[in-house]
Design a protein around this ligand. Structure first.
Ligand SMILES: Cc1cc2nc3c(=O)[nH]c(=O)nc-3n(C[C@H](O)[C@H](O)[C@H](O)COP(=O)(O)O)c2cc1C
Length: 316
């Protein structure tokens, strides 16, 4: 699959996942075969006003083959200013969030609220394409805002007209949040109405569900979010690579990656949710999860990580 001039190594994509798709997670996903990985969503306004939190989300790793950032907002001028910002120059691809269902975001006219405002959505994409100066701009959307208003085709057509290079469609409407049936037909309709590549998204968690998404929609790529949390090696499974899973090593690398750019306390706290996800389904991991929750320092976490080796030995 190709996005503008970028040939992806595989059609499996890690989309933006707030609180999760941090630099170490993206590096691990690339290593296991993801074709493209996006940062967590970053506020265009926050970037322009220099919020510290936004700055930390701009950290990228040496092993990110393609650097892709996702921005959210509701004002075209903040998108323009953010994309023109020196700190964003290193990103190869800029993605625009038009899918976030969180009430606070929607109330501000951001995320999935943009699906209800096609004129503004068009303006944001157009100004972003101009500011990106030749770098591809992509759009991540939902099937629509509500089941009564499934308008992904219209938004995708406008995105293409405004110069977007690819669209990702999460096959649910905003009011479904993250559960309920995937509207494969909405993704298929988008694929049939635009010439740019289309990435299908929603509930893909293994080879069969990925196959289904390709088959039912004709999409060019598939984005995997929740199934990649705590399991970056899902991309190896999907791409058919054989590998020997060393969970303890993956977890340690993730923690060390966070420590490489975050203050110790922040790294420890951010790491906890990843740790719990990595051990999901492992028998006997409850005690370790309790220990990680109580961890306050790098040393505490390292002590727990040594215990992970014992737990996972022989379980692969
Ligand atoms: C915790 C969480 C955070 C998310 N953050 C973002 C985000 O920052 N930007 C975005 O476009 N989508 C975000 N999503 C949506 C996912 O990218 C994806 O579209 C959705 O989870 C459906 O895919 P899945 O079934 O593979 O999880 C988030 C989803 C979850 C569960």
């Amino acid at each position: 699959m190709k996005i503008a001039n970028y040939e992806l190594n595989s059609p499996y994509i890690l989309p933006a996942i707030a609180g999760f798709s941090d630099m170490p997670m993206r590096e691990l996903c690339y290593r296991y075969g993801a074709g493209l990985c996006f940062t967590e969503m970053v506020s265009a306004k926050g970037l322009v006003y220099g919020s510290d939190n936004s700055g930390l989300m701009l950290i990228t790793g040496e092993n990110e083959r393609i650097r892709a950032i996702q921005l959210f907002g509701g004002d075209p001028h903040f998108f323009e200013k953010a994309i023109l910002d020196e700190r964003l120059k290193k990103f190869d691809i800029v993605d625009i969030n038009m899918g976030c269902p969180v009430p606070k975001i929607v109330k501000n006219g951001e995320g999935s609220a943009l699906m209800k405002n096609p004129e503004l959505a068009y303006e944001i994409i157009k100004i972003s394409v101009e500011a990106a100066q030749g770098r591809p701009v992509t759009v991540k959307m939902r099937a629509g805002f509500s089941l009564e208003d499934i308008n992904a085709c219209k938004i995708a057509e406008l995105a293409e007209k405004a110069g977007a290079s690819c669209v990702t469609v999460h096959g649910r409407v905003r009011e479904q949040y993250y559960s309920g049936d995937i509207l494969f037909s909405a993704i298929r309709d988008v694929k049939n109405s635009v010439g740019i590549p289309v990435i299908g998204n929603g509930n893909v968690h293994d080879k069969n569900t990925a196959f289904d998404m390709f088959e039912k929609t004709g999409c060019d790529g598939v984005a995997i979010a929740r199934a990649a949390i705590g399991k970056p090696d899902i991309f190896a499974e999907l791409t058919g690579q054989t590998f020997e899973k060393d969970l303890a090593m993956i977890i340690k690398e993730h923690f060390e990656g966070l420590l490489s750019y975050l203050p110790e306390q922040v790294a420890v706290n951010n790491f906890k949710k990843h740790f719990v996800s990595y051990l999901k389904g492992y028998k006997g991991s409850k005690n370790l999860k309790n220990l990680i929750t109580a961890s306050c320092s790098k040393k505490d976490v390292m002590d727990v990580l040594r215990k992970v080796e014992d737990l996972t030995k022989g379980l692969n």
